[in-house]
Design a protein around this ligand. Sequence first.
Ligand SMILES: Cc1ncc(COP(=O)(O)O)c(C=O)c1O
Length: 388
Amino acid sequence: MFKRTRLGRRDVTDRKIRINQPVIDETEIEEVSEVLRTGMLTTWHGSGNKVSEFEKMFASYIGVEYAIAVNSGTAALHTALAACGIGHGDEVIVPAMTFVATANVVLIQGAKPVFVDVDPVTLCMDPEKFQNAITDNTKAVIPVHVYGCPAEMDAIMDIAEDKGIVVIEDAAQAHGALYKGRKAGSIGHMGCFSFFASKNITTGEGGIITTNDAEYARKCRLFRTHGQEEAHMAVMPGLNYRMTEFAAAIGLVQLSKLDRLNAIRARNAEILGSYLKGIPNVVTPTFPSYVKPSYYVYTIRVKGGSKKSRDALQKYLMENGIEATVYWPNPVHLHPLYMGLYGYQRGLLPVSEEASDEVLSLPVHPKVSTDELHYIAEKIGEFFVSDF
Ligand SMILES: Cc1ncc(COP(=O)(O)O)c(C=O)c1O
């Protein structure tokens, strides 16, 4: 059913095919070395030369006025919530199908994350479920662009603006993704990105907030450095969420490569999708026509039943050197933390719960070769036709 790999089986399996891998070359190494040579590794306000340059370049790439660099995607989300004054007594609506950071930052600010279900195709927040969850206490909503597919932003913005709710896009997986021609992270009141090592571009650890709102930008800058406008003159609470100069130096080079790297991801996704066609138990991802995903990962749904379950396939692929990964095995409302705090139970958000049982993410990052894509599809096909 599948083309044989041009590489021998041993050549392919000898090296693990990782779910994601940074693309770092000599330019990043040179740029970091240059920063280390200058001795200016960071500044107390977090706006050193490299950080400022990176912020300008990122804002321009996303198509917004301001970008504020911080030291993780979690810090970006936390800073955005603080900038719009989310605190005790407030509710923030978040999809259950996300990384736990999206909800934890709400809790840390003293507010309540209210989980809603997702669209069965994109696995992004269902706008109708968002609308139904709004109460007098709802102050913000955090749509997540899952696996790099932008959420249904027009509908979300219409509902939110009607009710005066702040929209913070969680674009941690969506660098360069497009929604109706607009970049993810440019549509809500603020957008938050992660530069963790697995992301489409990386600074090792890192994050950034994008916005067109001057006051949110000012508050974000304050929050990332202990609320200080001048050294030792705090005007609001804050933390040390500053990005280092050498992280920003890596970010500048990475950003210059982003469109090229995303194009390779899209091509790999197309190739893998074509190889997976016809395997009965595998549902390949589809996207609305007006969306251009960033393909953080390539996520299939496994409809195998108990013996040929998603977990069994994942194990089989792992044994064969393919780091297939489940994002996320538990929707966030079913984490013990949130079940304990708010009494959430299985059955409440069925689309997210079913998805969590079926999703399996496969690598399409720029370092996966076409032979390896063949090999991944071959192993998946083999799993479903074999007797074990
Ligand atoms: C959807 C989502 N939100 C937030 C984060 C948090 O980003 P970071 O790991 O950089 O703190 C991640 C990172 O994995 C993510 O995937």
